[in-house]
Design a protein around this ligand. Structure first.
Ligand SMILES: Cc1cc2nc3c(=O)[nH]c(=O)nc-3n(C[C@H](O)[C@H](O)[C@H](O)COP(=O)(O)OP(=O)(O)OC[C@H]3O[C@@H](n4cnc5c(N)ncnc54)[C@H](O)[C@@H]3O)c2cc1C
Length: 457
């Protein structure tokens, strides 16, 4: 621990914002991975000025600072790898304004995403990005990872709703990126560089988000199919009749085995894929779409279509879908998941070949996720967890990443790189692209103190 740094920090931002006890450190010593983290202090500021002071002192003493939301990240982005300070943004958690005329809201990064959804919904407003962790993760973490979620199929990811941000740089300087208006093209797009940078280029301390009207009606359809090819054909069929659902989620045959008894619908025999198709819009529009969607499903071998038209039925489906990660985890000792993306037309090939890879490495493979985006959560699982299982998992996922890229996809759709996928970045990015990106990091953070060791070596 750098004692001089801590003493000056306590003196400048106040002792009560700097925590050194093991109990407090333990509260922030994890994320969604099982990896270790070893910060020597937690700083929990209440103002942007305090964040700026922290960074000025961190620059002076060359101390690593790791920004953190609620720690649900799945790639180790919020972990302290070599000591340093974890900067928790959770006390910057106010909704500062909601402006229904300009359809914007200004919020702080520690606001929990679902809380924001609820408050906006009461006012007839909608902020669609909804990672499955939205009851736990916060806006700052969602921005740093450019989080996706079921409704991003129709509406786009977090990035598409972030208009303007206040950002504290590694030097402690405070800048504003983006614009509060709907359009703006002045200068290079630093704003979009910060979004999805995993806290390596700047610390987001205030955000203006874009809003849309909350839909008048929401109806959820569950459709069961014999095979994944049928589902891909069904999606093409929906495009032909000009229907764009709000969600197009899926669970594969292995997942269906775990679903029994957890949903209020009977799983029809001989079905291997469940899709969750949600429609959002005005009453007439949503009602009018149900029958044509049903026809397209049946034309493509759909076996049954259930309609969840009450919020209770809808919630029961979404609760199970959003908890699916934990549901799998409860049944196995080892589980490693990655969030690859492939073009829609290559999904059947990915599923078939990923199952073959699972068999080769003696894993049971669960595939589910945001099918409409081609974003598949591929889960290799085993009933035992030893050093050998971990090593076998790495070999299996190396093949999965090669397969993904060969199919024209990308190794991460929404969870980012952090540390867990760091060894695989060079499979996707050329050395020139990596060089440019490392140069960008150097411009923003010449001392390499802001979340070091993430994304790139
Ligand atoms: C059950 C479960 C389901 C999930 N489902 C999804 C999903 O559907 N879609 C999806 O995209 N992700 C999903 N995730 C992953 C995770 O929830 C998201 O990545 C989320 O955006 C992380 O938010 P957080 O507040 O927990 O951030 P943290 O985990 O605390 O941090 C994540 C990264 O953001 C950086 N960071 C945090 N706050 C700031 C800030 N203010 N300024 C700069 N950098 C910052 C950190 O340094 C770190 O690199 C899921 C996770 C779980 C556990």
């Amino acid at each position: 621990m750098n004692v001089d740094f801590i003493a000056e920090l306590q003196q400048q931002i106040g002792e009560k914002f700097v925590y050194l006890t093991p109990e407090k450190i333990d509260q922030y010593n994890f994320d969604g991975t099982d990896r270790p983290s070893n910060p020597y202090a937690i700083v929990e500021p209440e103002t942007t000025a305090q964040v700026s002071t922290l960074m000025k002192l961190a620059s002076k003493y060359k101390v690593p600072v790791i920004p953190r939301g609620t720690g649900t990240g799945l790639t180790g982005g919020a972990l302290a790898l070599n000591g340093g300070v974890v900067l928790s943004l959770l006390k910057l958690n106010k909704i500062l304004s909601i402006d229904p005329v300009n359809m914007i809201a200004t919020v702080q990064p520690g606001v929990i995403t679902q809380e924001l959804h609820k408050i906006l919904e009461e006012k007839g407003l909608y902020y669609p990005p909804d990672p499955s962790s939205y009851d736990a993760s916060c806006i700052g973490g969602n921005i740093a990872e450019d989080a996706g979620g079921p409704h991003c199929y129709k509406y786009g990811t977090t990035r598409d709703y972030i208009l303007e941000m206040e950002v504290v740089l590694a030097s402690g300087e405070i800048i504003r990126t983006g614009v509060k208006t709907r359009k703006g093209v002045v200068g290079y797009d630093i704003h979009d560089l910060i979004i999805g940078c995993e806290g390596t280029l700047g610390i987001v301390t205030e955000i203006t988000i874009r809003l849309i009207p909350y839909p008048q009606k929401i109806t959820t359809l569950l459709a069961f199919f014999p095979g994944i090819e049928d589902v891909v054909n069904m999606m093409a069929g929906l495009s032909k009749i000009r229907v764009v659902p709000a969600t197009m989620e899926f669970l594969d045959a292995e997942c269906l085995k775990l679903l029994k008894g957890r949903i209020q619908f009977t799983i029809p025999q001989d079905t291997n894929v469940l899709t969750i198709i949600e429609l959002e819009g005005d009453n007439e529009h949503v009602d009018a779409q149900i029958e044509p969607i049903g026809e397209v499903c049946f034309e493509n071998n759909g076996v049954d279509l259930f309609i969840a038209d009450t919020s209770q039925k809808r919630n029961s489906i979404w609760t199970v879908r959003r908890q699916f990660r934990e549901i799998i985890k409860e049944t196995v000792k080892y589980k490693r998941a990655e969030d690859i993306v492939v073009p829609i037309s290559r999904i059947p090939e990915f599923i078939q070949k990923s199952n073959a890879i699972a068999e080769k490495y003696n894993f049971v493979n669960y595939n589910y996720g945001h099918l409409g985006d081609g974003n598949i959560h591929c889960n290799m699982t085993s009933l035992e967890k030893t050093a050998e299982t971990l090593e076998r998992g790495t070999r299996a996922f190396t093949e999965i990443f090669h397969l993904t890229l060969a199919l024209g996809g990308t190794i991460s759709g929404e969870h980012g790189i952090g540390i867990t996928k760091l060894p695989f970045v060079s499979l996707e990015l050329s050395s020139e692209s990596t060089r440019l990106q490392k140069e960008i990091k150097k411009i923003f953070d010449p001392l390499n103190i802001l979340n070091p060791g993430k994304i790139f070596e």
